[in-house]
Design a protein around this ligand. Structure first.
Ligand SMILES: Cc1cc2nc3c(=O)[nH]c(=O)nc-3n(C[C@H](O)[C@H](O)[C@H](O)COP(=O)(O)OP(=O)(O)OC[C@H]3O[C@@H](n4cnc5c(N)ncnc54)[C@H](O)[C@@H]3O)c2cc1C
Length: 431
């Protein structure tokens, strides 16, 4: 289809590139059972990991998904698997002390390991690779700040890093746009579509029923559990989990008032040729800058002839052709010689944050939830899915440093109109 855009190839698609290797299921609406032990709302990574562990723990589990399985951010992300949080180790250390900083970053390590373990245990063929991450500085002051932060992490957490100076960065990425960076050798990358597909298959094999096109409209607490309301149906469940992250809505107003949804955008180039991609990204890392509002890129997992590029977080534009042009301009700032650049896929997905920019896991009025991961949902969703299951199964290991009160703000009802403005303000601060 021709879109008449300078950024898009003639047959461009607005579906995630990942759906090529992991096609969406044309599932008919699922018929939910009248009764289940655990009802889980949302079939992203968080919901599926929780479902898998609960089923293996002997529970009858029903996943209720508004659209097709994996409709949300879990099949739309960049597949970066790291140990990242918007609050730096140094910042937490200063505000809350060294022990707390170690606890928080210790849990990020657990989350990082949870993905590796899930991929190995479930034998998920999703191009998981500890290829290393290069964090890039957009000023020399930022480069110095990064070096300080990672020196702290090395000292207190024993996590190795290497400083990459500006004159050596071309060994990693063929640009002078950045001011050097920091390489974290063990960070990983995967193909999100295939990771999600592997979790879905594992959950079904364990006996989980995944009901597609079954939007949850609301629920009522009962003396011995919950009644979950769907269009024309209801499910009695002993336990209830909300794993809706940025896609949640009025089904649970309490959560809607506490999570801040925002959009992020991603594109995949038309084939550039393996050699050209290798010459642009010789390091073959996952690349990301260290701004609050990040740009990121990597060689496409499973297709080394293409580059995946993302950014423009928090921007709202319903027209993905416009976003494609804006992504193209951002990529051309990094690689000015790529003037023939066209995208084959451009898409968006919804993340969520919290008012204090920390992810959360918790229970409110008997309902379990996890979310607010910002850009760390691949590891955090995997870990929190497990923790949600452990909590319901009464097993050890369900506790979390991110289980803290989840606050809202006066008059906030779930319309996070101010998030784009806040992100733009942070981008100005970045500059
Ligand atoms: C462009 C982009 C790039 C990203 N890159 C990375 C990355 O590289 N690394 C990383 O760690 N994280 C990344 N993230 C974030 C990560 O993808 C998310 O944090 C993670 O996928 C959240 O998973 P989840 O299972 O909690 O929610 P989701 O995968 O969003 O799933 C929520 C599901 O709930 C369903 N739902 C909502 N309401 C209802 C209802 N009432 N009834 C039934 N179903 C409902 C939705 O349809 C949806 O399928 C990125 C996100 C985006 C958008």
């Amino acid at each position: 289809m021709a879109y008449g855009s300078q950024a898009l190839s003639s047959n461009a698609s607005f579906d995630p590139f990942w759906w090529r290797a992991a096609p969406r299921e044309e599932a008919a609406p699922g018929v939910p059972p009248r009764e289940t032990d655990v009802a889980i709302v949302g079939s992203g990574m968080t919901g599926l990991v929780a479902a898998l562990h609960l089923a293996r723990g002997g529970r009858k589990v029903t996943v209720l998904e508004a659209r097709e399985p994996g409709h949300g951010a879990s099949t739309r992300n960049a597949g970066y698997v790291g140990r990242t949080l918007k609050h730096s180790f140094g910042e937490i250390m200063e505000a809350e002390g060294l022990d707390q900083a170690k606890r928080v970053y210790g849990e990020l390590m657990d989350a990082f390991m949870a993905v590796k373990e899930a991929v190995e245990r479930e034998k998920i063929d999703c191009h998981y690779r500890q290829q290393g991450r290069l964090l890039l500085a957009t000023s020399s002051a930022m480069h110095e700040a990064m070096a300080r932060e990672f020196a702290l992490r090395e000292m207190h957490l024993g996590e190795p890093f290497e400083t990459v100076t500006r004159d050596l960065q071309r060994n990693e990425i063929a640009t002078d746009h950045y001011f050097g960076g920091v390489r974290i050798p063990d960070h990983a990358g995967l193909h999100p579509g295939l990771y999600h597909q592997g979790l879905l298959e594992a959950a079904r094999t364990a006996g989980v029923q995944v009901c597609a096109h079954a939007p949850v409209l609301g629920f009522r607490r009962e003396p011995r559990g919950f009644t979950v309301f769907l269009k024309g149906a209801r499910v009695e469940a002993r336990d209830l989990i909300f794993a809706t992250n940025g896609y949640g809505g009025s089904a649970w107003p309490w959560l809607m008032r506490r999570l801040l949804p925002f959009q992020a955008y991603q594109a995949v180039t038309a084939p550039l040729g393996e050699n050209r991609v290798a010459s642009l990204l010789p390091g073959d890392r996952t690349f990301i800058d260290w701004n609050f509002n990040v740009d990121w890129m990597r060689r496409a997992p499973g297709d080394p002839t293409r580059i995946v590029f993302g950014g423009l977080t928090g921007e709202i534009d319903a027209d993905l052709r416009v976003m494609a042009e804006r992504l193209q301009q951002r990529l051309l700032r990094i690689f000015p010689d790529l003037s023939d650049l066209r995208f084959d896929h451009v898409w968006t997905g919804r993340c969520s944050g919290t008012f204090d920019i920390n992810p959360r896991i918790g229970v409110q009025d008997g309902v379990h939830f996890a979310g607010g991961y910002c850009f760390a949902g691949v590891p955090m969703g995997t870990l929190f899915g497990q923790k949600l299951a452990r909590r319901i199964l009464g097993q050890k290991g369900g506790e979390s440093v991110f289980d803290r009160p989840l606050e809202t703000r006066f008059l906030y009802r779930g319309n996070a109109w101010f998030v784009p403005h806040a992100i733009r303000w942070m981008s100005r601060k970045d500059r």
